[in-house]
Design a protein around this ligand. Structure first.
Ligand SMILES: Cc1ncc(COP(=O)(O)O)c(C=O)c1O
Length: 390
């Protein structure tokens, strides 16, 4: 049987041994302070769950890829309130089943596997799906190494012109996974200018948009203003509303690209069930629960940041998202993660997000506030006892 060569290019998880160890401890029921997986425990707000249950009718029908008009209107309403951006729900908004599938499928509508612009740019360390979508669409993944000096943000202008000319999509993701770095409107404007100059689609993964602490994270759509040509924003309810399991998000932007995706996506089968769309309408229409979730993450973040500061461990990025990004004491992220695991604390070594993440680790603020307090107390005791590299 033939095989798509892209499957072989996925590569294994670079830290299989560590993951195996953590999984074994989890299976044995060893109580772990688990900061590894970006899927917090906070419950989905009750009105959202109720909206879903109320929408389950006696007859089941196929949902459509364009989604319910009410959902597209709810997304447009949220964009107007939260970002001051006016979009037309008919031509600028398309629902997705969370942002992951939408990110993965985007190149199918943009990338010509036989043309000269088969590359997809994305920042590394980063979410691997940008590159994987490129590979499966017959293109090439072209990661741009990010670093502490540039605030974990790329400058498209600093890339060699041939790298921009052979690309069809440039992905950006702020607030950023895994570093928690943020970007301001001027930065978005600069990237947009370069992207337009090179006829490159600027695709902005904004799934952590609502997890900010100092000031609200802007959207690429604000920077684009009235002209959405060559711009798409990918938004999601997963992190905003604690709805990772519901699978609901949206793609917003350039009407010509939205029209293409409207043609493509019915072939893929990506529509969320109608009862999920009903829950999504409830979620996008309410901001109170988002503020409450943000306050919980802020409290956990304070506990962890205060501890790292006291312990003299360097933190970078970490301005937004529910991730905290710190430099590995001793220099090796995998070694430090293993040492932390001995203390029953699970963190993700930065190399899991690509080679440019080496030497750093990510903490996802998943445990409760109390769990965070317990974990840092244990971490501090291990440091005192000299059991961890410094
Ligand atoms: C950067 C980034 N983008 C997209 C996603 C996918 O989110 P979802 O498909 O739940 O909207 C994630 C999930 O963790 C992520 O970290």
């Amino acid at each position: 049987m033939t095989e798509n060569p892209a499957l072989r290019r996925l590569g294994g998880y670079p830290l299989a041994r560590l993951q195996e160890l953590a999984n074994r401890l989890r299976a044995e029921g060893v109580p772990l302070a688990d900061f590894a997986i970006g899927d917090p425990d906070e419950p989905t707000p009750e009105p959202i769950r109720r909206a879903l249950v109320d929408a389950v009718g006696p007859v089941s029908r196929y949902p459509t890829a364009v989604g319910q008009r009410a959902l597209r209107e709810a997304v447009a309403g949220w964009l107007a309130r939260r970002h001051g951006v006016e979009v037309d729900p008919e031509i600028h908004v398309l629902p997705s089943a969370g942002s992951k599938e939408a990110i993965f499928h985007l190149p199918l509508a943009v990338l010509d596997p036989h043309g000269p612009r088969r590359h997809v740019l994305w920042g590394e360390p980063g979410y691997p799906v940008y590159g994987r979508g490129a590979l499966f669409a017959g293109g090439e993944s072209d990661p741009v190494a990010l670093g502490v000096e540039s605030g974990w943000r790329p400058e498209l202008d600093a890339l060699p012109a041939d790298r921009l000319r052979r690309a069809c999509i440039a992905w950006v993701n702020y607030p950023h996974n895994p570093t928690g770095a943020t970007a301001d409107l001027d930065w978005y404007r600069r990237q947009l200018d370069v992207a337009r100059e090179h006829d490159l689609l600027l695709a902005s993964d904004e799934c952590y948009q609502e997890i900010w602490f100092d000031e609200p994270a802007p959207s690429v759509l604000e920077a684009a203003g009235d002209d959405l040509t060559g711009v798409l924003a990918f938004v999601s309810l997963s992190k905003r509303s604690g709805m990772t399991g519901y699978r609901s998000g949206a793609i917003v932007g350039d009407p010509e690209l939205i029209a293409r995706l409207r043609a493509l996506r019915p072939n893929v089968g990506t529509a969320s069930p109608d009862f999920v769309q009903a829950a999504a309408v409830a979620a996008w229409s309410d901001q109170g629960h988002v503020d409450e979730r943000r306050a919980i993450f802020a409290e956990k973040r304070r506990v962890v940041l205060d501890f790292l500061e006291t312990a003299g461990i360097e933190v970078s990025g970490s301005q937004a998202t529910f991730y905290v990004w710190f430099r590995a004491p001793g220099g090796d992220d995998a070694t430090y993660a293993e040492a932390l695991l001995d203390e029953r604390i699970v963190a993700t070594p930065g190399r899991a997000f690509g080679p440019a993440g080496q030497g750093w680790l990510r903490l996802a603020l998943v445990p409760t506030v109390e769990g965070c307090h317990d974990a840092v107390a244990r971490w501090g005791a291990a440091l005192q006892a000299g059991r961890l590299p410094t």
